[in-house]
Design a protein around this ligand. Structure first.
Ligand code: ADP
Ligand code: MG
Length: 261
Protein backbone atom coordinates (compact mmCIF):
# COMPACT_ATOMS: atom_id res chain seq x y z
CA UNK A 1 0.00 0.00 0.00
CA UNK A 2 0.93 3.60 -0.44
CA UNK A 3 1.51 4.00 3.30
CA UNK A 4 4.26 1.43 3.34
CA UNK A 5 5.93 3.08 0.37
CA UNK A 6 5.86 6.58 1.81
CA UNK A 7 6.88 5.41 5.27
CA UNK A 8 9.62 3.24 3.84
CA UNK A 9 11.56 6.23 2.62
CA UNK A 10 13.41 7.99 5.45
CA UNK A 11 13.02 11.77 5.30
CA UNK A 12 16.75 12.17 5.34
CA UNK A 13 17.13 10.02 2.23
CA UNK A 14 14.44 12.01 0.48
CA UNK A 15 16.44 15.12 1.20
CA UNK A 16 19.39 13.56 -0.58
CA UNK A 17 17.50 12.50 -3.70
CA UNK A 18 18.46 14.18 -6.91
CA UNK A 19 15.67 15.84 -8.83
CA UNK A 20 15.41 13.01 -11.37
CA UNK A 21 14.96 10.54 -8.57
CA UNK A 22 12.28 12.68 -6.98
CA UNK A 23 10.46 12.78 -10.30
CA UNK A 24 10.65 9.02 -10.61
CA UNK A 25 9.46 8.65 -7.05
CA UNK A 26 6.47 10.87 -7.82
CA UNK A 27 5.61 8.86 -10.92
CA UNK A 28 5.75 5.67 -8.86
CA UNK A 29 3.56 7.24 -6.19
CA UNK A 30 1.09 8.36 -8.81
CA UNK A 31 0.84 4.81 -10.10
CA UNK A 32 0.30 3.48 -6.61
CA UNK A 33 -2.38 6.07 -5.94
CA UNK A 34 -4.26 5.11 -9.08
CA UNK A 35 -4.33 1.52 -7.88
CA UNK A 36 -5.13 2.09 -4.27
CA UNK A 37 -6.18 5.25 -2.48
CA UNK A 38 -5.50 4.49 1.14
CA UNK A 39 -4.78 6.86 3.95
CA UNK A 40 -1.43 6.71 5.66
CA UNK A 41 -1.97 5.81 9.26
CA UNK A 42 0.71 6.98 11.61
CA UNK A 43 1.58 4.50 14.22
CA UNK A 44 2.46 6.67 17.20
CA UNK A 45 -0.38 9.04 17.98
CA UNK A 46 0.14 8.96 21.70
CA UNK A 47 2.88 11.09 23.10
CA UNK A 48 3.68 11.60 26.71
CA UNK A 49 7.36 12.41 27.28
CA UNK A 50 10.60 12.63 25.37
CA UNK A 51 13.93 12.92 27.06
CA UNK A 52 17.45 13.24 25.79
CA UNK A 53 20.21 12.22 28.11
CA UNK A 54 23.71 13.16 26.99
CA UNK A 55 22.89 12.71 23.31
CA UNK A 56 25.58 13.26 20.68
CA UNK A 57 26.14 12.94 16.97
CA UNK A 58 29.16 13.77 14.82
CA UNK A 59 29.16 14.80 11.16
CA UNK A 60 31.93 13.03 9.21
CA UNK A 61 32.95 11.10 12.30
CA UNK A 62 35.30 8.75 10.41
CA UNK A 63 36.59 11.24 7.86
CA UNK A 64 39.98 12.83 8.27
CA UNK A 65 38.56 16.26 7.47
CA UNK A 66 37.43 18.53 10.27
CA UNK A 67 34.16 17.37 11.72
CA UNK A 68 31.45 18.97 13.79
CA UNK A 69 29.72 17.23 16.65
CA UNK A 70 26.87 17.91 19.02
CA UNK A 71 27.36 16.29 22.40
CA UNK A 72 25.93 15.94 25.87
CA UNK A 73 22.47 17.19 24.86
CA UNK A 74 19.99 16.68 27.66
CA UNK A 75 16.37 17.81 27.50
CA UNK A 76 13.13 16.82 29.14
CA UNK A 77 10.04 17.42 27.08
CA UNK A 78 6.49 16.55 27.97
CA UNK A 79 3.22 16.65 26.11
CA UNK A 80 2.09 20.19 25.28
CA UNK A 81 5.45 21.84 25.96
CA UNK A 82 6.64 24.73 23.83
CA UNK A 83 10.41 24.40 23.66
CA UNK A 84 12.72 26.80 21.84
CA UNK A 85 16.26 26.05 20.77
CA UNK A 86 18.40 29.12 20.23
CA UNK A 87 22.04 29.79 19.38
CA UNK A 88 24.28 31.33 16.76
CA UNK A 89 24.76 30.12 13.19
CA UNK A 90 26.57 26.82 13.13
CA UNK A 91 26.04 26.13 16.83
CA UNK A 92 24.39 22.80 15.97
CA UNK A 93 20.67 23.58 16.28
CA UNK A 94 19.61 21.91 13.04
CA UNK A 95 21.90 18.94 13.74
CA UNK A 96 20.26 18.66 17.18
CA UNK A 97 16.75 18.65 15.65
CA UNK A 98 17.74 16.04 13.08
CA UNK A 99 19.25 13.83 15.77
CA UNK A 100 16.29 14.31 18.10
CA UNK A 101 13.83 13.31 15.36
CA UNK A 102 15.86 10.24 14.41
CA UNK A 103 16.99 11.47 11.00
CA UNK A 104 20.58 11.13 12.24
CA UNK A 105 21.53 8.14 14.40
CA UNK A 106 22.80 9.24 17.80
CA UNK A 107 26.25 7.93 18.62
CA UNK A 108 26.17 8.65 22.34
CA UNK A 109 23.63 9.08 25.09
CA UNK A 110 20.02 7.98 25.31
CA UNK A 111 16.76 9.09 23.76
CA UNK A 112 13.74 7.93 25.74
CA UNK A 113 10.21 8.17 24.33
CA UNK A 114 7.31 7.53 26.69
CA UNK A 115 9.70 5.76 29.04
CA UNK A 116 11.14 3.49 26.35
CA UNK A 117 14.69 3.70 25.08
CA UNK A 118 14.87 4.57 21.38
CA UNK A 119 17.24 2.59 19.18
CA UNK A 120 20.47 4.34 18.09
CA UNK A 121 19.09 3.88 14.58
CA UNK A 122 15.58 5.16 15.26
CA UNK A 123 12.75 3.33 13.51
CA UNK A 124 10.23 4.84 11.13
CA UNK A 125 7.68 4.38 13.90
CA UNK A 126 9.75 6.72 16.07
CA UNK A 127 10.18 9.24 13.27
CA UNK A 128 6.41 9.23 12.75
CA UNK A 129 5.97 10.95 16.10
CA UNK A 130 7.23 14.15 14.47
CA UNK A 131 5.91 16.46 11.80
CA UNK A 132 8.61 18.86 10.77
CA UNK A 133 9.49 21.83 8.62
CA UNK A 134 13.24 22.11 8.16
CA UNK A 135 14.94 24.87 6.21
CA UNK A 136 15.50 22.52 3.26
CA UNK A 137 11.91 21.23 3.17
CA UNK A 138 10.59 19.77 -0.06
CA UNK A 139 6.92 19.90 -1.01
CA UNK A 140 5.63 17.16 -3.24
CA UNK A 141 3.25 18.44 -5.95
CA UNK A 142 0.49 16.31 -4.44
CA UNK A 143 -0.37 15.80 -0.76
CA UNK A 144 0.49 12.10 -0.91
CA UNK A 145 0.30 11.41 2.80
CA UNK A 146 -3.13 12.99 3.29
CA UNK A 147 -6.43 11.27 2.70
CA UNK A 148 -9.68 13.15 2.23
CA UNK A 149 -9.97 14.01 5.91
CA UNK A 150 -6.36 15.18 5.94
CA UNK A 151 -7.02 17.41 2.95
CA UNK A 152 -9.93 19.01 4.81
CA UNK A 153 -7.57 19.76 7.68
CA UNK A 154 -5.05 21.11 5.20
CA UNK A 155 -7.76 23.44 3.85
CA UNK A 156 -8.44 24.81 7.32
CA UNK A 157 -4.76 25.48 7.90
CA UNK A 158 -4.39 27.12 4.50
CA UNK A 159 -7.21 29.47 5.53
CA UNK A 160 -5.39 30.23 8.75
CA UNK A 161 -2.24 31.05 6.81
CA UNK A 162 -4.22 33.04 4.23
CA UNK A 163 -3.00 31.16 1.19
CA UNK A 164 -6.10 29.07 0.51
CA UNK A 165 -7.06 30.95 -2.64
CA UNK A 166 -3.59 30.33 -4.06
CA UNK A 167 -4.28 26.60 -4.26
CA UNK A 168 -6.70 24.49 -6.29
CA UNK A 169 -10.14 23.78 -4.81
CA UNK A 170 -9.66 20.05 -4.39
CA UNK A 171 -6.09 20.31 -3.10
CA UNK A 172 -5.06 17.30 -5.15
CA UNK A 173 -2.34 19.41 -6.84
CA UNK A 174 -0.35 21.85 -4.74
CA UNK A 175 1.85 23.75 -7.22
CA UNK A 176 4.37 24.96 -4.65
CA UNK A 177 6.33 26.60 -7.50
CA UNK A 178 3.54 29.18 -7.84
CA UNK A 179 4.09 30.47 -4.31
CA UNK A 180 6.58 32.93 -2.88
CA UNK A 181 9.21 31.64 -0.45
CA UNK A 182 7.25 32.76 2.59
CA UNK A 183 4.00 31.33 1.21
CA UNK A 184 5.71 28.05 0.37
CA UNK A 185 6.86 27.81 3.94
CA UNK A 186 3.30 28.43 5.13
CA UNK A 187 2.14 25.60 2.87
CA UNK A 188 4.86 23.35 4.31
CA UNK A 189 3.65 24.11 7.83
CA UNK A 190 -0.01 23.64 6.85
CA UNK A 191 0.90 20.21 5.45
CA UNK A 192 2.82 19.33 8.60
CA UNK A 193 -0.13 20.39 10.78
CA UNK A 194 -2.61 18.45 8.65
CA UNK A 195 -0.64 15.29 9.42
CA UNK A 196 -1.61 15.74 13.08
CA UNK A 197 1.52 14.21 14.52
CA UNK A 198 1.99 14.71 18.27
CA UNK A 199 5.25 16.68 18.06
CA UNK A 200 5.87 19.58 15.71
CA UNK A 201 9.47 20.40 14.81
CA UNK A 202 10.20 23.78 13.27
CA UNK A 203 13.59 25.05 12.14
CA UNK A 204 13.52 28.87 11.95
CA UNK A 205 10.04 28.70 10.45
CA UNK A 206 9.12 32.33 11.13
CA UNK A 207 12.39 33.71 9.77
CA UNK A 208 10.99 34.70 6.39
CA UNK A 209 7.45 35.57 7.44
CA UNK A 210 6.09 39.11 7.56
CA UNK A 211 5.73 40.70 11.03
CA UNK A 212 1.97 40.11 11.13
CA UNK A 213 2.28 36.38 10.37
CA UNK A 214 5.13 36.11 12.85
CA UNK A 215 2.93 37.69 15.51
CA UNK A 216 0.09 35.22 14.75
CA UNK A 217 2.55 32.34 14.73
CA UNK A 218 3.86 33.07 18.23
CA UNK A 219 0.74 34.46 19.87
CA UNK A 220 -2.07 32.47 18.20
CA UNK A 221 -0.78 29.31 16.61
CA UNK A 222 1.65 28.09 19.26
CA UNK A 223 -0.75 28.66 22.19
CA UNK A 224 -3.59 27.03 20.23
CA UNK A 225 -1.49 23.94 19.46
CA UNK A 226 -0.48 23.76 23.09
CA UNK A 227 -4.13 23.63 24.17
CA UNK A 228 -4.60 20.76 21.72
CA UNK A 229 -1.80 18.86 23.42
CA UNK A 230 0.63 19.24 20.53
CA UNK A 231 4.25 19.54 21.60
CA UNK A 232 6.42 22.09 19.83
CA UNK A 233 10.18 22.11 19.49
CA UNK A 234 11.30 25.13 17.49
CA UNK A 235 14.59 26.71 16.55
CA UNK A 236 14.20 30.48 16.57
CA UNK A 237 16.17 33.73 16.56
CA UNK A 238 13.13 35.87 17.42
CA UNK A 239 14.26 37.14 20.83
CA UNK A 240 11.15 39.31 21.04
CA UNK A 241 9.15 36.08 21.38
CA UNK A 242 11.42 33.99 23.61
CA UNK A 243 8.89 34.39 26.42
CA UNK A 244 6.36 32.34 24.41
CA UNK A 245 8.30 29.18 25.26
CA UNK A 246 7.93 27.07 28.37
CA UNK A 247 11.66 26.42 28.15
CA UNK A 248 14.58 27.51 26.06
CA UNK A 249 17.80 25.66 25.40
CA UNK A 250 20.66 27.81 24.14
CA UNK A 251 23.36 26.09 22.10
CA UNK A 252 27.02 26.99 21.68
CA UNK A 253 29.51 24.86 19.76
CA UNK A 254 27.33 21.77 19.73
CA UNK A 255 26.37 21.89 23.39
CA UNK A 256 23.53 23.24 25.46
CA UNK A 257 24.73 26.07 27.67
CA UNK A 258 24.50 25.28 31.33
CA UNK A 259 22.24 28.07 32.53
CA UNK A 260 19.52 28.30 29.90
CA UNK A 261 15.95 28.58 31.14
N1 ADP B 1 25.60 17.21 6.53
C1 ADP B 1 26.66 17.78 7.12
N2 ADP B 1 27.92 17.30 6.94
C2 ADP B 1 28.97 17.86 7.55
N3 ADP B 1 28.90 18.93 8.37
C3 ADP B 1 27.69 19.46 8.58
C4 ADP B 1 26.50 18.93 7.97
N4 ADP B 1 25.45 19.66 8.37
C5 ADP B 1 25.95 20.61 9.18
N5 ADP B 1 27.28 20.50 9.30
C6 ADP B 1 28.15 21.34 10.13
O1 ADP B 1 27.71 21.29 11.47
C7 ADP B 1 27.78 22.57 12.06
C8 ADP B 1 26.44 22.90 12.69
O2 ADP B 1 25.48 23.00 11.68
P1 ADP B 1 23.95 23.19 11.99
O3 ADP B 1 23.51 22.12 12.91
O4 ADP B 1 23.25 23.31 10.69
O5 ADP B 1 23.97 24.58 12.78
P2 ADP B 1 22.82 25.64 13.05
O6 ADP B 1 21.53 25.03 12.66
O7 ADP B 1 22.91 25.94 14.51
O8 ADP B 1 23.16 26.85 12.24
C9 ADP B 1 28.20 23.55 10.99
O9 ADP B 1 29.56 23.87 11.18
C10 ADP B 1 28.01 22.79 9.70
O10 ADP B 1 28.97 23.12 8.75
MG1 MG C 1 20.10 25.60 11.27
Amino acid sequence: PIGALVNGVPNYSIAKFRLAEINKFETDLDRCLEKQATEVAFTEKEFDTLSLDGVGYAHNADASEKSFAISGLSMDIKRGDIVFITGGNGSGKTTALRTLTGLYPHSEGKIVLNGQIVSKMPSQEYRNVFASVFADFYIFPKPYTLGEEGREKLREWLKFFEIEEKLSDKLTELHPERLSTGQRKRLALALALAEERPVLILDEWAADQDPETRERFYHELLPYLKTRGITIIAVTHDDKYFNCADRRYHMTEGQIEANTV
